[in-house]
Ligand binder design. Structure first.
Ligand SMILES: [Zn+2]
Length: 305
């Protein structure tokens, strides 16, 4: 890992442009993004005003993602790199920090959020839970922040970014209303969300769910037999109807959990696939942040009601 980082940083040092020039004329801003959530946001704000390259597609786990040589070329060509931050991209964050020191414009969108609005986590690398996009109020702040950064770098299109941010925030408000309306059928005692890894704490906080997961905040650590046993007992004790798999995490841990419940002569369903750290296919409704959130909500309510 260390050697890999040194080589990668060396490559970037050689290739990094020292100065970021403001775009002029018809030249389009070149933007590289990491997670599909961040890619979708830039797409919503910028449309065809920028040349956008998203690194991580559907089903890709950002905790484990390593930059390829092709990615390094994309970093080299980029005017700006937007990433999620708070160590979500565990194997890229050091690279981005170093690139920033060398004059490359690398922006963690999590910088938009004040520390008081983040969920602390003593045992995670950044000391905070990095899955903040599930807080819609915080995602609105990220929207304004990204629009502001795009406007600074590409002043000729600033009004486009600002107008699009305003429209997007209105859509996020509509999403919040829809979420609250859907949840009316789900009483407090049924609001227990069991998933593969700990991506839903912000969701739980927003919508009053108890959140239980097999793996921690990162997928880098596998669930142990003890975790499976403990959570299977919890499921039986609380009479939980369904547990959920995640599109970016292998299904085996949740299947092991289901088997453990069965071994104790009880049943728990797999309630469906949730999109946690990656959106769905770009051509599907779940391929956008708003579509993803609505899909997750519908899946959760249908399985637990
Ligand atoms: Zn995660």
């Amino acid at each position: 890992m260390k050697n890999y980082l040194i080589i990668l940083i060396a490559l970037i040092t050689i290739s990094c442009k020292k100065e970021i020039k403001e775009k002029s004329g018809n030249e389009k801003l070149r933007v590289v993004t990491t997670t599909s959530q961040v890619t979708d946001l830039v797409k919503a704000l910028a449309g065809d005003k920028v040349i956008l390259e998203g690194l991580m597609g559907a089903g890709v786990d950002p905790h484990l993602y390593k930059a390829s040589e092709g990615d390094v070329t994309k970093f080299y060509n980029a005017d700006v790199i937007f990433y999620s931050g708070l160590h979500l991209e565990g194997k890229l964050e050091d690279v981005f920090e170093k690139m920033r020191h060398q004059g490359k414009n690398t922006i963690a969108v999590s910088d938009a959020i004040s520390k008081a609005d983040l969920i602390s986590s003593a045992d995670f690398a950044s000391s905070y839970d990095p899955h903040f996009w599930f807080s819609i109020p915080q995602w609105k702040k990220v929207t304004e922040y990204v629009a502001g950064e795009l406007s600074k770098l590409d002043a000729k299109n600033a009004t486009v970014y600002t107008d699009n941010a305003k429209k997007y925030i209105e859509k996020l408000t509509a999403l919040e209303k829809n979420n609250t309306a859907q949840l009316e059928v789900l009483p407090k005692e049924k609001r227990i969300l069991v998933t593969a890894h700990d991506a839903f704490a912000y969701f739980g906080k927003a919508y009053n769910f108890q959140v239980v997961s097999l793996q921690g905040l990162s997928t880098a650590t596998e669930a142990g037999v003890q975790d499976v046993q403990r959570i299977s007992s919890f499921i039986i004790e609380h009479n939980i109807k369904a547990v959920f798999i995640e599109s970016s995490v292998p299904v085996r841990t949740v299947e092991a959990l289901q088997a453990a419940v069965k071994a104790k002569n009880h049943q728990v369903e797999i309630g469906g696939t949730l999109y946690s750290d990656a959106l769905g296919n770009p051509d599907a409704v779940e391929g956008t942040y708003i579509g993803m959130y609505a899909y997750n909500m519908k899946t959760i309510v249908n399985a637990l009601k």
